[in-house]
Design a protein around this ligand. Structure first.
Ligand code: GDP
Ligand code: MG
Length: 244
């Protein structure tokens, strides 16, 4: 047929619907409305003919594997979305990727696939909420330092911009002196749920090269790289000449 079908996969809440709506309608909403499955259509040009770009925005959960397989079998190109504020959402893409790979088999090499790290605007919120976790050698425990107290920052000699569990932060001498004077760290709660594991750009790139697909960071909120995402995905299609 004359349709070119793009399917958008990813965990719930990563911003699939937001990316699609931003691209198709140019809008963005802050509220979260879970999707069942929606398809949007746009007229594009394909081998100099008019054809329909169909974008299927999926539910994201694994609740409907039959629907997932149907979308994969019908899809010509795939957008796999995670949120840079959730490492888990990147991990949840792997089983979907495995099904795509299994179902597309030898054709996979010619199928446009884009791995997308959405919500790349979230840096500030992320930092506001961030707590630092470190194996604090001379305490023999993990210490979380709420970022909300900016004065603490002066006591760090080295702060990585993204922290993972077990990441080490080096404290400088003043910190140690402050600690020894006040024992303030003892009162800090250790709450692993508090620390937000930002997915670094390089992690997305590494995953994409492992999968043999392309990679982009986007923000549906600020409209960063949204049009570029679809543009580039369609450029990856080598069997036909598609343009927006
Ligand atoms: P979906 O379940 O993957 O379809 O996710 P939605 O598109 O419904 O978005 C989930 C929530 O994330 C909503 O509250 C959106 O406003 C928010 N959101 C989506 N994209 C972005 C983004 O690029 N940046 C930020 N900060 N929030 C976003
Ligand atoms: Mg949705």
């Amino acid at each position: 047929s004359n349709d070119y079908r793009v399917v958008v996969f990813g965990a719930g809440g990563v911003g699939k619907s937001s990316l699609v709506l931003r691209f198709v309608k140019g809008t963005f909403r802050e509220s979260y409305i879970p999707t069942i499955e929606d398809t949007y259509r746009q007229v594009i040009s394909c081998n100099k003919n008019i054809c329909t770009l169909q974008i299927t925005d999926t539910t994201g959960s694994h609740q409907f594997p039959a629907m997932q397989r149907l979308s994969i079998s019908k899809g010509h190109a795939f957008i796999l979305v995670y949120s840079v504020t959730s490492r888990q959402s990147l991990e949840e893409l792997r089983p979907i990727w495995d099904v795509i790979r299994e179902m597309k088999g030898a054709d996979l090499a010619t199928i446009p696939v884009m791995l997308v790290g959405n919500k790349c605007d979230e840096t500030e919120n992320r930092e506001k909420n961030m707590v630092f976790v470190t194996p604090f050698q001379w305490l023999g425990t993990y210490i979380c330092v709420p970022r909300l107290q900016p004065s603490f920052r002066n006591y760090f000699s080295h702060v990585p911009c993204q922290l993972k569990h077990n990441d080490e932060i080096k404290f400088n001498k003043q910190w140690k002196i402050l600690y020894e004077k006040t024992k303030i760290l003892i009162n800090l709660q250790i709450n692993p749920k508090l620390f937000i594991q930002k997915v670094a750009t390089t992690e997305g790139e590494t995953e994409a090269s492992r999968w043999g697909c392309n990679f982009m960071e986007t923000s549906a909120k600020t409209n960063h790289n949204v049009k570029e995402l679809f543009q580039e995905l369609l450029n990856m299609e080598k069997n036909r000449n598609i343009s927006l």
